[in-house]
Design a protein around this ligand. Sequence first.
Ligand code: G2I
Length: 465
Amino acid sequence: MITTTKRLGAVAVALASVTALTVILSPAASAAAPLRDLAAAKGRYFGNSMTAGDFNDSAYRALNAREAGVVTPGNEMKWDATQPSRGNFTFTRGDQVVAGAVAANQKVRGHTLVWHSQTPPWVQNLSATDMRSAMVNHINTVMGHYKGKVFAWDVVNEAFAEDGTRRQSFWQQKLGDGYIADAFRIARAADPTAKLYYNDYNTDGIGAKSDGVYNMVKAFKEQGVPIDGVGLQAHLIVGQVPSTMRQNMQRLADLGVDVAITELDIRMRTPADSAKLAQQARDYTAVVNACLAVARCVGITTWGLSDNHSWIPGVFPGEGAALPFDGNLQPKPAYDAMVSAFGNVPTTTTTTTTTSVPGDANCRVTDTINAWNTGLTSSITVTNTGTAPIDGWSLAFTLPGGQTITSGWNATYSPTSGQVAARNVSYNATLAPNASVTIGFQANHTGNTAAPPSFTLNGSACTTA
Ligand code: G2I
């Protein structure tokens, strides 16, 4: 873990060498490289689940943009959300998640097409023939809508019972054993470019249930049923990460499919204490290490990033604290453990710089730079210090040489180096007097991690006053 003392030391160095900057500590900033970059350096992705509502929480949205390279919609692509009544498809909320992901340069995992849960009663009450045609239509329409926007789908979710036999869901009871292979064949035809996954929980280590899944995937490969991957949800408990996780992923990979950890969280009895958090950090390390040890483990998604965005407390009373950030979006030992497991050498400085430009202005800018060896994030807060509302804005600044923007959030950035204009997006176009907007971007650098020397908003210089 990066200690406050170390951060202060680094800041002091920055202060001594760059006299024009006012430097304060930014408690939310972490000196580590984002997990999305660390995972990418290992040929993996790091992802997070986001609901449409999560994008309205700007601090959480920014955290998600910084850390995750892949987003899975928490609920918005499920059957009850996409086809609440027969033939009535609605993609508004799913599209919101896709738009939020695209704005942060993230890819989207689709979740989920055929499941016994969050599927409306009208489906469950159909006759066998009707149910099959509803399944065909649903897969075709939903995958058709998201073609080119979703790189992988959980085609079938949670179809096994704990003893490794098929779950006796309405799908199984009406359509029989063949419905899963059927769903995969329909899905392949609906979007041949998407990776097709079977996804389940309590299948993380070797056991009766994962044996059932393994045998199904083996049979599918022998029979030419189109399956590309297996998702292990990994809803785990502190101190109980299965010791056979790596082995289990490897045996699936050996069948010729990819493996992904799709919904990771590691819960504990609350309240958390330092011993539980330390154990949780070891548990997160074990999961990352298991994935890194299996060449076909393509990525890890956590089911939320922070403990206030988790399904656990609502479903397991008295349990929680399952995610890498706490309820104040501060990194927990589990976050630092993942950073280390993904191979980061935390070498960098975290500084908050406040740029001051003389002259009359109707704006104030605070720019927080968080840099590591080859990259940085910049979080910029712009305040309207004038008396009139600003409707539509463009924040102009010059990036120091060697810095190139690779992704951004809450604004569009163009071009990606040199003299950049950050323009509002639809939901933050208006800035009332005294109102602020926080935008941000991630950039590569070649050594110069300084903030832009000055900013103008719609052509007039901004100050810190
Ligand atoms: O249950 C945890 C996960 C297990 N694997 C499949 C995932 O799809 C599942 O996600 C959760 C969502 O995170 C929850 O947000 O699935 C739950 C339902 O099984 C979701 O909870 C539901 C609530 O139960 C409903 O009351 C609520 O209306 O979310 C709905 C939409 O907010």
